[in-house]
Ligand binder design. Structure first.
Ligand SMILES: O=C(O)[C@H](CS(=O)(=O)O)OP(=O)(O)O
Ligand SMILES: [Mg+2]
Length: 233
């Protein structure tokens, strides 16, 4: 598999297969939202769009990064979100990096959103599809966020080497700027457990696929064939 690792500004062409990585915290939050019962996540283009979607659908749950804000129900924190019942709910998510990265590749034929919590399921799905070429979108810091790059490199390696040791990749993420800023309270809307939850390797058995639907980009959990080869969708 030919793997490319690109920051959002480097996306000059539409890739065929894109894996959009945001470890801290957008796609860790998304995975937790599905674990808490959310049916789907609408990836919003802007804060105004997120608020407009919420206004049009008052039963939806709107979520943003940074500090709490009027009109939004939650912030982009897995530590806070893990105790919220989202059974059957639609979540609208707008963040600085993760949602922007997914929207930047919305024309791709396959868009997966990932973090360490869904690494193995994501790698297994890529393995199953046997894609020749995969573009990993390293969403943070214009492609330089080491938590995202480490996770992307780990997933890429796992596609071909199932026994890849995660230790060094997780260490890099734990020592990244994002982890430090979350731990030190520099980034707002954070819970003390956020970094640990973002490093929760293979916490969930599903991958996450984003697809355009009625002019919106919708993220859903995506069951992948198990190790024993039982196919699910
Ligand atoms: O919520 C996050 O962790 C970041 C925003 S910030 O860097 O904390 O301000 O957004 P994300 O898109 O999840 O990287
Ligand atoms: Mg991030």
């Amino acid at each position: 598999m030919d793997a490319q690792f690109l920051g959002i500004p480097e996306l000059t062409e539409t890739p065929s297969v894109a894996v959009v990585v945001d470890v801290m915290r957008a796609f860790t939050v998304a995975a937790w939202a599905f674990a808490q019962g959310a049916e789907k996540i609408v990836l919003a283009e802007s804060l105004d769009d997120a608020l407009a979607l919420k206004a049009a659908h008052p039963d939806w749950t709107a979520l943003k990064d940074g500090p709490p804000a009027p009109g939004f129900d939650m912030v982009n924190s897995p530590g806070m979100l893990r105790s919220v019942d989202l059974g059957g709910r639609t979540v609208v998510q707008k963040t600085t990096a993760g949602t922007v990265g997914a929207l930047a590749v919305k024309e791709a034929s396959l868009v997966l959103c990932a973090g360490f919590v869904v690494a193995e399921a994501t790698a297994r799905l890529l393995r199953t599809r046997a894609s020749d070429s995969v573009t990993f979108v390293v969403t943070g810091e214009d492609g330089r966020a080491d938590e995202d790059l480490a996770c992307a490199q780990y997933i890429a390696r796992r596609v071909t080497e199932a026994a890849t040791d995660p230790t060094e990749f997780l260490r890099r993420a734990a020592e990244s700027r994002a982890a430090t800023e979350l731990t030190e309270g520099v980034r707002q809307g954070a819970h003390p457990d956020d970094v640990a939850l973002c490093l929760g390797l293979d916490r969930f058995p599903f991958a996450m696929r984003a697809e355009p639907q009625n002019s919106l980009m919708i993220l859903r959990p995506y069951a992948v064939p198990s190790l024993t080869g039982d196919a699910q969708t």
